[in-house]
Design a protein around this ligand. Sequence first.
Ligand code: FES
Ligand code: FE2
Length: 430
Amino acid sequence: MQYPRVTSISFHNHIESIAQEKIAERVLCGEVIIVRQCLQGIGYFEHLQQIILEGIRQTAGEEKAKQLKNKGFEAFHEVINLEELPSVMGMSYQLVRALTPDLAKQLVKQVFQQQKAFYFEEESNVRFHIPYDIVRQRITEYSKFQWNGKVTPHGPHHDSWYQCPTNSVNVWMAISSVKIGNGLNIYPQVYGKLLPCTKDGKILGDQYFGSALNIELEPGDAIIFHGEHLHSSEINSTDTTRFVISLRMTLDKPQFIDDNSPYKNDYIYSDPNDGLKARLAQSLVKISRRFRNRINSAIRGKENKQNYVLSLDKVSGFDDTSSAFPQPISVKIIPGTSVDETKLFLDSKDLAIGQIKPVSQKLCVARIDEHRIIAFSRNCPHEGADLASGYLRDGCVVCPWHNLPISLENGASPCQSLPKLTVFKCSEQG
Ligand code: FES
Ligand SMILES: [Fe+2]
């Protein structure tokens, strides 16, 4: 399969030419589009910053709001402490929620340049990813589901695993700068495949989804991608906070795999020109969920799930990528020892430069270059992802789940609060 394209455009120079080519259709075919200066272009950047600063003023006080204004949101963790974080987060959600209908409308009008009706998810996501070593001080609290993807990194997922529509377009907007080491992971090599997951939306351990695409952003830039791209957050291994607001929308009727999806009623009908139906739908947001449910489905009409296929590959069911998982290297076991003991004999000809292969349930082995072969534990020190499906970069194994690079020299990662990975030097003979 050809990997989906990544296109970077500047709002001011290119938005009209790309819109002619139907930006939404391209995104729903797997293209990842980066719109530089997107929020500035639609006239929302300063407004969003002010709204968040106002929330901080109300929850953490005038002084902290001033400090943050001067230092920038990258210094959020230096100004807001872990005790204040829940209330700052709650207030940010509340304030951003109030402007989401108009923000969605401006994106549809000015970026997608669409005049017809669309749906947006009532609640935008506000994501303050502070450096992981700080979050870890309260890891029991911040491991709870409600913080997943908001403060702590999300594991690889399709949005439909969380019952979002299969035709959702995700607009991921940087309010602070986003660096390699605190951004978004998109796994283009498995686009169009519907991977199996556990009941609570965790990817199965034996799936192989290749290396991640990571994009650096300046404040105001946005990444637009199909919610069915497998994606996750990088564990924040930098010393800055990355602050992002993301909004899912469908440029057509939302299509859900599960008829009982809790998100179903959260997709609000709108149109760029504020027609009567859109105004009615938005005023209904304020009334009871049960009533909204009925009106929403009357507006939406019948959904045709049967005709929906993920683009590129026609998918009729789960696509198990476990067959692409690296095959174990053969091991010669010395009588009287086991595969997890320290003296193992492997045939190093089976290991090409850059390859990682499992040795046993607990151990894998990699060849960094002609002279260096390293064996190491398969379990990532962060959340235990299988490093046998990771990849090698600059002498590190990179974890497939949250893109953490771990040195194969000494097992250390940039997140110093994490335990070191166990590594074993190997010698090659003959
Ligand atoms: S970085 Fe999170 S599990 Fe490896
Ligand atoms: Fe997601």
